[in-house]
Design a protein around this ligand. Structure first.
Ligand SMILES: [Mg+2]
Length: 228
């Protein structure tokens, strides 16, 4: 192995989060008797994305995000619904969704036992933890760090410091840790600032910048980068 440990981002890297969100949204609307009109999901996504940006800037916390996303959706669209109940329903549906990105299972199987495989994710613990546990990846993953548990998000250095402390990794060995992720702003910037080797997963191609040591378009391309 060329690296001591491998770190994976979860959503958009190993898990097909777009598909999971769309699926869970439709299921939660059906559960709650809300007509899922065309464009409603896209409207929800835009509201949710803006709230996550506010969370990353430290303007709101996670419980506010969970409350506000459906409150805003319902008030903007005139839907009469119970936002708290919709959020609970959606979160439960999402926690059960384990759609994977092509190649995710193959690379985890191929690397399992060769070095520790660790998931580092920005997310809500009671959604992320059950999803991982239920997924086909569970037997291959040695550890998971969830921002909601740590209290800091990637790319904040405190997230990475916490992780290195927990795993007993000295600072001069951080370059022997490789982080594979799909986000330039959280994974690549965070990993680079923390002294790790970074690999961008860019399924649409291109997109790398100076924070990326490697860029791949297909997950299977990751194996030759890390195996001797
Ligand atoms: Mg991601």
């Amino acid at each position: 192995m060329k690296y001591q440990m491998i770190f994976f981002d979860a959503d958009g890297t190993l898990f097909d989060f777009d598909r999971s969100e769309r699926h869970s949204f439709a299921a939660a609307c059906a559960d709650q008797g809300i007509p899922a009109s065309p464009g409603l999901y896209e409207q929800y996504r835009a509201i949710n994305a803006e709230l996550w940006r506010q969370l990353e800037r430290g303007e709101i916390d996670q419980s506010a995000l969970r409350r506000l996303r459906f409150e805003k959706l319902f008030s903007e669209t005139g839907i009469s619904g119970d936002a708290a109940s919709m959020n609970r329903c959606y979160s439960r549906r999402l926690s059960e969704c384990t759609f994977l990105i092509d190649g995710a299972l193959d690379i985890c199987r191929a690397l399992h036992g060769k070095c520790p495989l660790i998931i580092v994710t920005n997310g809500i613990p009671d959604i992320q933890a059950p999803r991982l546990k239920k997924s086909a990846l569970a037997p291959y993953i040695d550890h998971i760090f969830i921002s909601g548990e740590i209290g800091w998000q990637k790319p904040h250095p405190a997230f990475f410091d916490h992780m290195f402390r927990e795993l007993d990794i000295p600072s001069d060995e951080r370059g022997q840790m490789i982080l594979l992720g799909d986000s330039l702003s959280s994974d690549m910037k965070g990993g680079r600032d923390a002294g790790m080797t970074t690999c961008l997963y860019a399924p649409q191609g291109g997109g790398g910048n100076e924070t990326c040591d490697y860029t791949i378009q297909n997950l299977m391309e990751f194996l030759p980068l890390v195996l001797d």
